[in-house]
Design a protein around this ligand. Structure first.
Ligand SMILES: *Cc1c(COP(=O)(O)O)cnc(C)c1O
Length: 359
């Protein structure tokens, strides 16, 4: 059987059917229905956050976050993330300014942020890469000093905690993706977590065309999600602890078997951090080695993925270039290995030995 970098979790079909039955009784398919509100309630409890809205996907979550904070001009951001982080900024006609990453976690290097601030800077938007938290304290202090907003792209952070709090609970707004490939999913989906009720109200209006019934408040968009997606989320949420636990066991097997004299990995040694095992990235010695290992795995129908490549400051549709040597270097050498809830440990052994033979 072919092994992919990820495989979507599916709950027992009967559990899904049981939840969606009600939709046939009330004919409420979308537009803030009872299952959406139920899922939001459970997510708030699970994440221990006050303001959370379920939205269509993790990208529209970033877009309404940028809008709701009235951002203008330049947004300081990370070059090491999925392209949606940068593209959402451009899509809102804002200017991304890339600040290089630090080599331990591959998150934005908070020590380099102040030098990138100009009169046009309105916010910092960083990703908690692979689920590891950015230096949220330092970023908060910089934002306060310079009167900037903070958005975190928390697409990888579901289930991870920092100092006893969800990784999704920092900044003015944190967005998350519940895409089928993420640790927790609702097929397509995502959320916005915000730090106050007024902001939450605004995000709620943006989510639904900017009006409530016949009262028009602002220019919104459609960021809603459906009852069927909420139902999948309701099925999957109680399984998250088991999913994360399986991912931990698989990750520890890789830790044990891979040849660390020839490979590097991001560090989990962040005080107060508990990981969600969202990804299993390794950094090879060179891009040549990365391609060699990828080819060897391909011979065995095993498909790793280059998360994240290219470094976002080198996206072909940018009309400027901010050098980010660390991110560019890591992006050339980073390979995410297969990791999902039911990946067999024998397969992990096989994958590890193919990699070790090709280093
Ligand atoms: C998955 C992902 C997104 C996009 O989320 P979608 O739900 O697919 O729109 C954004 N940022 C990061 C870092 C991601 O990994």
């Amino acid at each position: 059987m072919a092994i992919n970098v990820t495989k979507s979790f599916l709950p027992p079909i009967e559990e899904y059917q049981e939840i969606i039955k009600g939709i046939w009784d009330n004919t409420w398919l979308t537009n803030n229905g009872p299952l959406v509100r139920k899922l939001e309630g459970q997510l708030k409890e699970y994440l221990n956050v006050e303001n959370l809205l379920f939205v269509g996907n993790g990208t529209i979550a970033i877009q309404i976050a940028l809008k709701a904070l009235n951002l203008t001009g330049e947004i300081i951001t990370t070059p090491f993330s999925y392209c949606a982080t940068t593209t959402s900024i451009l899509w809102e006609s804002l200017q991304p300014v890339f600040v290089d990453i630090e080599p331990k976690t591959f998150n934005i290097n908070a020590d380099l942020i102040e030098a990138a601030i100009t009169e046009k800077t309105s916010a910092i938007m960083a990703t908690h890469v692979y689920g590891r938290p950015c230096d949220v304290e330092k970023i908060e202090a910089i934002a306060q000093k310079h009167n900037l907003k903070v958005i975190y792209d928390g697409a990888h952070g579901f289930g991870a905690t920092y100092k006893g709090k969800s990784v999704l609970s920092f900044g003015d707004i944190t967005t998350c993706s519940f895409h089928a490939t993420k640790v927790f999913h609702s097929i397509e989906g995502g959320c916005v977590v915000s730090n106050n009720a007024d902001l939450n109200k605004k995000l709620e209006l943006y989510r639904s065309f900017g009006h409530k019934n016949d009262d028009y408040y602002m220019m919104g968009i459609n960021a809603k999600n459906s009852e069927f997606h909420a139902a999948m989320g309701l099925c999957n949420l109680p399984k998250v602890a088991d999913i994360i636990n399986n991912r931990r066991v698989i990750s520890e097997k890789y830790d044990e078997l891979l040849n660390w004299e020839k490979l590097q990995r991001p560090s989990n040694e962040i005080e107060g951090f508990e990981y969600n095992y969202a990804y299993y990235p390794v950094i090879l010695e060179s891009e040549v080695k990365l391609l060699q290992v990828t080819e060897a795995l391909k011979q065995h129908e095993i498909t790793p993925r280059r998360y994240f490549y290219p470094s976002l400051n080198q996206l072909p549709y940018l009309d400027f270039y901010n050098p980010c040597p660390i991110s560019e270097n890591i992006a050339q050498r980073a390979l995410s290995l297969p990791l999902y809830y039911d990946l067999a440990l024998e397969d992990v052994e096989r994958i590890a030995s193919i990699i070790n033979e090709n280093l």
